[in-house]
Design a protein around this ligand. Sequence first.
Ligand SMILES: NC(=O)c1ccc[n+]([C@@H]2O[C@H](COP(=O)([O-])OP(=O)(O)OC[C@H]3O[C@@H](n4cnc5c(N)ncnc54)[C@H](OP(=O)(O)O)[C@@H]3O)[C@@H](O)[C@H]2O)c1
Length: 350
Amino acid sequence: MDPTTTPIADRDISAVVEPDIEPGNDSMQAIVQDAYGSSDVLRLAEIDRPEIAPNEVLVEVVAAGMDRGTWHSMAGKPYLMRIMGFGFRRPKNRVPGLDVAGRVVAVGSEVTRFELGDEVFGMSRGSFAEFAAVLEDKLAHKPVGLTFEEAAVVPISGGTALQGLIDSGKVETGQTVLIIGASGGVGTYAVQLAKAMGAEVTGVCSTTKVDLVRSIGADHVIDYTREDYLDGSRRYDLILDIGGNNSLSRLRRALNPTGTLVIVGGEDGGNLTGGFGRQLRALALSPLVGQRLTMLASKERHTDLEALSPYLENGQVVPFIDKVYSLAEVPAAMAHLEAGQARGKIVITI
Ligand SMILES: NC(=O)c1ccc[n+]([C@@H]2O[C@H](COP(=O)([O-])OP(=O)(O)OC[C@H]3O[C@@H](n4cnc5c(N)ncnc54)[C@H](OP(=O)(O)O)[C@@H]3O)[C@@H](O)[C@H]2O)c1
Protein backbone atom coordinates (compact mmCIF):
# COMPACT_ATOMS: atom_id res chain seq x y z
CA MET A 1 0.00 0.00 0.00
CA ASP A 2 1.39 3.37 -0.92
CA PRO A 3 0.78 6.22 1.49
CA THR A 4 -1.18 8.99 -0.20
CA THR A 5 0.56 12.29 0.23
CA THR A 6 -0.48 15.76 -0.74
CA PRO A 7 2.78 17.70 -0.80
CA ILE A 8 2.56 21.42 -0.35
CA ALA A 9 5.11 23.49 -2.22
CA ASP A 10 7.95 25.00 -0.20
CA ARG A 11 7.19 28.57 0.71
CA ASP A 12 9.25 31.52 1.83
CA ILE A 13 8.24 31.54 5.46
CA SER A 14 10.78 34.17 6.49
CA ALA A 15 8.23 36.91 5.83
CA VAL A 16 5.91 35.70 8.61
CA VAL A 17 8.52 34.95 11.29
CA GLU A 18 8.13 37.07 14.40
CA PRO A 19 11.62 37.47 15.91
CA ASP A 20 11.55 36.75 19.67
CA ILE A 21 15.34 37.17 19.52
CA GLU A 22 17.85 38.49 16.98
CA PRO A 23 18.58 35.70 14.46
CA GLY A 24 22.07 34.25 15.01
CA ASN A 25 24.05 31.02 14.89
CA ASP A 26 22.29 29.57 17.93
CA SER A 27 18.80 30.60 16.88
CA MET A 28 16.16 28.63 15.03
CA GLN A 29 12.68 28.96 13.64
CA ALA A 30 10.01 27.25 15.67
CA ILE A 31 6.30 27.25 16.33
CA VAL A 32 5.64 28.73 19.77
CA GLN A 33 2.57 29.07 21.95
CA ASP A 34 2.28 31.39 24.95
CA ALA A 35 -1.32 30.56 25.87
CA TYR A 36 -3.77 27.68 25.66
CA GLY A 37 -6.43 27.91 22.96
CA SER A 38 -7.27 26.98 19.39
CA SER A 39 -4.78 26.80 16.53
CA ASP A 40 -4.46 30.61 16.38
CA VAL A 41 -2.32 30.55 19.56
CA LEU A 42 0.42 28.97 17.44
CA ARG A 43 2.86 31.31 15.68
CA LEU A 44 6.17 31.00 13.89
CA ALA A 45 9.04 32.70 15.73
CA GLU A 46 12.83 32.95 15.88
CA ILE A 47 13.95 31.56 19.24
CA ASP A 48 17.04 30.06 20.89
CA ARG A 49 17.95 26.49 20.00
CA PRO A 50 17.22 24.11 22.88
CA GLU A 51 20.10 23.22 25.18
CA ILE A 52 20.57 19.53 25.81
CA ALA A 53 21.02 17.74 29.13
CA PRO A 54 23.75 15.06 29.53
CA ASN A 55 21.20 12.32 28.71
CA GLU A 56 19.78 14.14 25.66
CA VAL A 57 20.50 14.38 21.95
CA LEU A 58 20.03 17.45 19.74
CA VAL A 59 18.24 16.52 16.53
CA GLU A 60 18.12 18.64 13.40
CA VAL A 61 14.48 18.08 12.57
CA VAL A 62 13.63 16.94 9.04
CA ALA A 63 10.00 16.03 9.72
CA ALA A 64 7.64 16.13 12.70
CA GLY A 65 4.45 14.21 13.28
CA MET A 66 1.22 15.68 14.59
CA ASP A 67 -1.02 13.79 16.97
CA ARG A 68 -4.03 14.27 19.25
CA GLY A 69 -1.79 14.62 22.29
CA THR A 70 -0.22 17.72 20.73
CA TRP A 71 -3.71 19.11 20.18
CA HIS A 72 -4.52 18.52 23.88
CA SER A 73 -1.31 20.32 24.91
CA MET A 74 -2.26 23.26 22.66
CA ALA A 75 -5.83 23.46 23.96
CA GLY A 76 -4.97 22.74 27.61
CA LYS A 77 -7.89 20.29 27.63
CA PRO A 78 -8.99 18.29 29.43
CA TYR A 79 -8.25 20.68 32.33
CA LEU A 80 -7.07 17.67 34.37
CA MET A 81 -3.80 17.71 32.40
CA ARG A 82 -3.05 21.28 33.60
CA ILE A 83 -3.13 20.05 37.21
CA MET A 84 -1.02 17.06 36.19
CA GLY A 85 1.93 19.33 35.36
CA PHE A 86 1.49 20.61 31.79
CA GLY A 87 1.18 24.19 33.07
CA PHE A 88 -1.79 25.73 34.83
CA ARG A 89 -2.37 28.98 32.90
CA ARG A 90 -0.10 28.40 29.90
CA PRO A 91 1.91 25.45 28.61
CA LYS A 92 5.22 24.94 30.43
CA ASN A 93 6.68 23.71 27.18
CA ARG A 94 6.52 26.63 24.75
CA VAL A 95 7.33 24.67 21.56
CA PRO A 96 4.70 22.06 20.68
CA GLY A 97 5.22 18.79 18.81
CA LEU A 98 6.24 15.36 20.10
CA ASP A 99 7.03 13.09 17.15
CA VAL A 100 10.34 13.80 15.46
CA ALA A 101 12.62 12.41 12.74
CA GLY A 102 15.94 13.90 11.74
CA ARG A 103 19.74 13.82 12.15
CA VAL A 104 21.78 13.93 15.33
CA VAL A 105 23.85 17.14 15.53
CA ALA A 106 24.93 17.02 19.20
CA VAL A 107 25.00 14.40 21.95
CA GLY A 108 25.02 14.84 25.73
CA SER A 109 27.97 13.54 27.75
CA GLU A 110 26.05 10.48 29.05
CA VAL A 111 24.64 9.40 25.66
CA THR A 112 26.01 6.06 24.42
CA ARG A 113 23.64 4.88 21.66
CA PHE A 114 23.97 7.75 19.17
CA GLU A 115 26.67 9.57 17.20
CA LEU A 116 26.71 12.76 15.15
CA GLY A 117 24.98 12.23 11.81
CA ASP A 118 22.80 9.29 12.90
CA GLU A 119 19.33 9.28 11.32
CA VAL A 120 16.82 8.92 14.14
CA PHE A 121 13.14 9.05 15.15
CA GLY A 122 11.46 9.41 18.52
CA MET A 123 9.50 11.53 20.98
CA SER A 124 10.97 14.98 21.62
CA ARG A 125 10.10 18.01 23.70
CA GLY A 126 9.22 20.44 20.90
CA SER A 127 9.50 19.02 17.39
CA PHE A 128 7.74 21.85 15.50
CA ALA A 129 11.12 23.52 15.17
CA GLU A 130 14.37 23.31 13.24
CA PHE A 131 16.10 21.63 16.21
CA ALA A 132 14.68 19.49 19.02
CA ALA A 133 16.10 18.04 22.22
CA VAL A 134 15.28 14.37 22.74
CA LEU A 135 16.00 12.10 25.70
CA GLU A 136 18.25 9.23 24.61
CA ASP A 137 15.75 6.66 25.87
CA LYS A 138 12.98 8.13 23.70
CA LEU A 139 15.03 7.87 20.50
CA ALA A 140 15.85 5.05 18.06
CA HIS A 141 17.62 4.71 14.72
CA LYS A 142 15.33 5.41 11.77
CA PRO A 143 14.04 2.17 10.22
CA VAL A 144 15.82 1.25 6.99
CA GLY A 145 13.82 2.19 3.90
CA LEU A 146 11.53 4.70 5.60
CA THR A 147 11.60 8.36 4.62
CA PHE A 148 11.96 10.94 7.39
CA GLU A 149 8.31 11.89 6.82
CA GLU A 150 7.17 8.29 7.30
CA ALA A 151 9.36 7.79 10.37
CA ALA A 152 8.13 11.06 11.91
CA VAL A 153 4.53 9.90 12.12
CA VAL A 154 5.27 6.61 13.88
CA PRO A 155 6.45 7.20 17.47
CA ILE A 156 3.42 8.29 19.55
CA SER A 157 0.63 6.67 17.52
CA GLY A 158 2.55 3.51 16.57
CA GLY A 159 3.83 3.10 20.13
CA THR A 160 0.33 3.53 21.55
CA ALA A 161 -1.10 0.95 19.15
CA LEU A 162 1.67 -1.52 20.02
CA GLN A 163 1.21 -1.07 23.77
CA GLY A 164 -2.58 -1.27 23.46
CA LEU A 165 -2.43 -4.57 21.58
CA ILE A 166 0.48 -6.27 23.38
CA ASP A 167 1.01 -4.81 26.88
CA SER A 168 -2.64 -4.14 27.71
CA GLY A 169 -4.54 -6.28 25.19
CA LYS A 170 -2.23 -9.33 25.24
CA VAL A 171 -3.42 -10.10 21.73
CA GLU A 172 -2.98 -13.68 20.44
CA THR A 173 -2.94 -15.21 16.98
CA GLY A 174 -6.41 -16.12 15.77
CA GLN A 175 -8.27 -13.79 18.12
CA THR A 176 -11.05 -11.54 16.88
CA VAL A 177 -10.17 -7.89 17.46
CA LEU A 178 -12.47 -4.85 17.18
CA ILE A 179 -10.67 -1.54 16.65
CA ILE A 180 -12.90 1.48 17.25
CA GLY A 181 -11.24 4.52 15.64
CA ALA A 182 -9.49 2.46 12.95
CA SER A 183 -9.07 5.40 10.56
CA GLY A 184 -7.13 7.65 12.94
CA GLY A 185 -3.53 8.10 13.96
CA VAL A 186 -3.45 5.25 16.47
CA GLY A 187 -6.05 3.12 14.70
CA THR A 188 -4.25 2.83 11.36
CA TYR A 189 -1.25 1.32 13.17
CA ALA A 190 -3.45 -0.86 15.39
CA VAL A 191 -5.22 -2.42 12.38
CA GLN A 192 -1.94 -3.23 10.61
CA LEU A 193 -0.18 -4.51 13.75
CA ALA A 194 -3.12 -6.69 14.79
CA LYS A 195 -3.19 -8.21 11.29
CA ALA A 196 0.58 -8.78 11.40
CA MET A 197 0.11 -10.56 14.74
CA GLY A 198 -2.40 -12.96 13.19
CA ALA A 199 -5.67 -11.52 14.47
CA GLU A 200 -8.97 -11.27 12.59
CA VAL A 201 -9.53 -7.53 12.56
CA THR A 202 -12.73 -5.50 12.38
CA GLY A 203 -12.21 -1.75 12.01
CA VAL A 204 -14.79 0.90 12.91
CA CYS A 205 -14.76 4.34 11.22
CA SER A 206 -16.97 6.89 9.45
CA THR A 207 -18.31 6.55 5.90
CA THR A 208 -15.62 8.46 3.99
CA LYS A 209 -12.82 6.45 5.59
CA VAL A 210 -14.16 2.92 5.02
CA ASP A 211 -11.94 2.54 1.92
CA LEU A 212 -8.87 3.59 3.91
CA VAL A 213 -9.46 1.06 6.68
CA ARG A 214 -10.06 -1.69 4.14
CA SER A 215 -6.90 -0.72 2.22
CA ILE A 216 -4.69 -1.13 5.31
CA GLY A 217 -5.83 -4.72 5.72
CA ALA A 218 -8.89 -4.88 8.00
CA ASP A 219 -10.86 -8.10 7.41
CA HIS A 220 -14.15 -6.33 8.12
CA VAL A 221 -15.03 -2.63 8.24
CA ILE A 222 -18.06 -1.14 10.01
CA ASP A 223 -19.30 2.39 9.31
CA TYR A 224 -20.36 3.71 12.72
CA THR A 225 -22.75 6.23 11.16
CA ARG A 226 -24.81 3.40 9.65
CA GLU A 227 -24.51 0.41 11.97
CA ASP A 228 -24.59 -0.19 15.70
CA TYR A 229 -21.41 -2.22 16.06
CA LEU A 230 -21.95 -2.72 19.80
CA ASP A 231 -25.47 -4.23 19.68
CA GLY A 232 -24.09 -7.61 20.79
CA SER A 233 -24.84 -9.41 17.51
CA ARG A 234 -21.06 -9.75 16.99
CA ARG A 235 -18.66 -10.39 19.85
CA TYR A 236 -14.90 -10.02 20.01
CA ASP A 237 -11.96 -11.40 22.02
CA LEU A 238 -10.34 -7.97 22.23
CA ILE A 239 -11.75 -4.47 21.80
CA LEU A 240 -9.34 -1.55 21.37
CA ASP A 241 -11.46 1.52 22.11
CA ILE A 242 -9.74 4.52 20.49
CA GLY A 243 -12.71 6.71 19.49
CA GLY A 244 -16.36 7.39 20.19
CA ASN A 245 -16.55 7.30 24.00
CA ASN A 246 -19.07 4.47 24.18
CA SER A 247 -20.39 3.48 27.60
CA LEU A 248 -18.82 0.53 29.39
CA SER A 249 -22.05 -1.45 29.23
CA ARG A 250 -22.27 -1.07 25.45
CA LEU A 251 -18.62 -2.05 25.00
CA ARG A 252 -19.03 -5.08 27.26
CA ARG A 253 -22.04 -6.22 25.24
CA ALA A 254 -19.76 -6.73 22.22
CA LEU A 255 -17.04 -8.50 24.22
CA ASN A 256 -16.80 -12.28 24.63
CA PRO A 257 -17.46 -13.49 28.21
CA THR A 258 -13.70 -13.74 28.85
CA GLY A 259 -12.65 -11.01 26.40
CA THR A 260 -10.47 -7.96 27.03
CA LEU A 261 -11.41 -4.29 26.65
CA VAL A 262 -8.59 -1.74 26.39
CA ILE A 263 -9.74 1.88 26.63
CA VAL A 264 -7.20 4.02 24.80
CA GLY A 265 -9.03 7.32 24.24
CA GLY A 266 -11.90 9.24 22.73
CA GLU A 267 -12.66 12.90 22.22
CA ASP A 268 -16.17 13.41 23.58
CA GLY A 269 -15.52 13.01 27.28
CA GLY A 270 -15.89 16.66 28.32
CA ASN A 271 -13.45 19.47 29.15
CA LEU A 272 -12.82 18.60 32.78
CA THR A 273 -11.45 15.05 32.74
CA GLY A 274 -11.87 14.04 29.09
CA GLY A 275 -14.11 11.19 30.21
CA PHE A 276 -11.45 9.63 32.41
CA GLY A 277 -14.17 8.36 34.76
CA ARG A 278 -14.94 5.66 32.19
CA GLN A 279 -11.40 4.31 32.51
CA LEU A 280 -11.61 4.34 36.31
CA ARG A 281 -14.98 2.56 36.27
CA ALA A 282 -13.52 -0.09 33.96
CA LEU A 283 -10.62 -0.75 36.36
CA ALA A 284 -12.99 -0.93 39.35
CA LEU A 285 -15.41 -3.31 37.64
CA SER A 286 -12.85 -5.62 36.09
CA PRO A 287 -12.12 -7.81 39.17
CA LEU A 288 -15.86 -8.41 39.58
CA VAL A 289 -16.63 -9.75 36.10
CA GLY A 290 -15.32 -12.45 33.75
CA GLN A 291 -14.16 -9.92 31.18
CA ARG A 292 -10.87 -8.06 31.60
CA LEU A 293 -11.53 -4.30 31.47
CA THR A 294 -8.47 -2.12 31.34
CA MET A 295 -7.07 1.16 30.07
CA LEU A 296 -3.86 2.37 28.49
CA ALA A 297 -1.64 5.22 29.65
CA SER A 298 1.01 4.92 26.97
CA LYS A 299 4.69 5.27 27.75
CA GLU A 300 7.27 6.98 25.55
CA ARG A 301 10.21 4.58 25.21
CA HIS A 302 12.76 3.64 22.58
CA THR A 303 12.14 -0.08 23.05
CA ASP A 304 8.73 0.30 21.39
CA LEU A 305 10.29 2.10 18.45
CA GLU A 306 12.77 -0.73 18.08
CA ALA A 307 9.96 -3.29 18.34
CA LEU A 308 8.03 -1.47 15.60
CA SER A 309 11.02 -1.19 13.26
CA PRO A 310 10.90 -4.76 11.84
CA TYR A 311 7.20 -4.34 10.95
CA LEU A 312 8.01 -1.03 9.26
CA GLU A 313 11.03 -2.40 7.43
CA ASN A 314 9.26 -5.50 6.11
CA GLY A 315 6.21 -3.52 4.99
CA GLN A 316 3.69 -5.18 7.33
CA VAL A 317 3.06 -1.73 8.80
CA VAL A 318 3.05 1.31 6.52
CA PRO A 319 2.61 4.81 7.99
CA PHE A 320 -0.52 6.21 6.36
CA ILE A 321 0.19 9.88 5.67
CA ASP A 322 -2.80 12.06 4.93
CA LYS A 323 -1.23 15.48 4.32
CA VAL A 324 2.15 17.19 4.42
CA TYR A 325 2.42 20.75 5.79
CA SER A 326 5.35 23.16 6.18
CA LEU A 327 6.43 24.55 9.58
CA ALA A 328 4.58 27.83 8.93
CA GLU A 329 1.44 25.84 8.17
CA VAL A 330 1.27 24.09 11.56
CA PRO A 331 -1.84 26.10 12.59
CA ALA A 332 -3.62 24.93 9.42
CA ALA A 333 -2.48 21.36 10.05
CA MET A 334 -3.81 21.53 13.59
CA ALA A 335 -7.16 22.87 12.36
CA HIS A 336 -7.33 19.95 9.89
CA LEU A 337 -6.77 17.48 12.74
CA GLU A 338 -9.26 19.27 14.99
CA ALA A 339 -11.95 19.11 12.31
CA GLY A 340 -11.66 15.31 12.28
CA GLN A 341 -10.75 15.39 8.60
CA ALA A 342 -7.40 13.63 8.88
CA ARG A 343 -7.14 10.19 7.29
CA GLY A 344 -4.31 8.56 9.20
CA LYS A 345 -1.40 10.87 10.03
CA ILE A 346 -0.38 14.49 9.39
CA VAL A 347 3.28 15.33 8.87
CA ILE A 348 5.17 18.64 9.11
CA THR A 349 8.30 19.08 7.00
CA ILE A 350 10.89 21.43 8.38
N1 LIG B 1 -4.13 6.32 26.29
C1 LIG B 1 -3.09 6.87 25.71
O1 LIG B 1 -1.98 6.79 26.23
C2 LIG B 1 -3.27 7.56 24.40
C3 LIG B 1 -2.19 7.73 23.52
C4 LIG B 1 -2.43 8.33 22.29
C5 LIG B 1 -3.71 8.79 21.97
N2 LIG B 1 -4.71 8.65 22.89
C6 LIG B 1 -6.08 9.12 22.59
O2 LIG B 1 -6.64 8.25 21.64
C7 LIG B 1 -7.60 8.96 20.86
C8 LIG B 1 -7.34 8.76 19.39
O3 LIG B 1 -6.10 9.33 19.04
P1 LIG B 1 -5.71 9.43 17.50
O4 LIG B 1 -4.39 10.09 17.45
O5 LIG B 1 -5.89 8.12 16.82
O6 LIG B 1 -6.83 10.48 17.01
P2 LIG B 1 -7.38 10.74 15.54
O7 LIG B 1 -6.30 10.56 14.55
O8 LIG B 1 -8.08 12.05 15.58
O9 LIG B 1 -8.46 9.57 15.30
C9 LIG B 1 -9.69 9.55 15.98
C10 LIG B 1 -10.43 8.29 15.59
O10 LIG B 1 -11.65 8.21 16.33
C11 LIG B 1 -12.72 7.90 15.43
N3 LIG B 1 -14.01 8.41 15.89
C12 LIG B 1 -14.38 9.71 16.03
N4 LIG B 1 -15.67 9.77 16.46
C13 LIG B 1 -16.10 8.49 16.59
C14 LIG B 1 -17.34 7.89 16.98
N5 LIG B 1 -18.39 8.63 17.36
N6 LIG B 1 -17.42 6.55 17.00
C15 LIG B 1 -16.36 5.78 16.64
N7 LIG B 1 -15.17 6.28 16.25
C16 LIG B 1 -15.04 7.62 16.22
C17 LIG B 1 -12.29 8.58 14.14
O11 LIG B 1 -13.00 8.01 13.06
P3 LIG B 1 -13.50 8.93 11.81
O12 LIG B 1 -12.40 9.94 11.58
O13 LIG B 1 -13.67 7.95 10.71
O14 LIG B 1 -14.75 9.60 12.27
C18 LIG B 1 -10.80 8.26 14.11
O15 LIG B 1 -10.59 6.96 13.61
C19 LIG B 1 -7.52 10.41 21.31
O16 LIG B 1 -8.54 10.67 22.25
C20 LIG B 1 -6.16 10.50 21.96
O17 LIG B 1 -6.09 11.52 22.94
C21 LIG B 1 -4.52 8.04 24.08
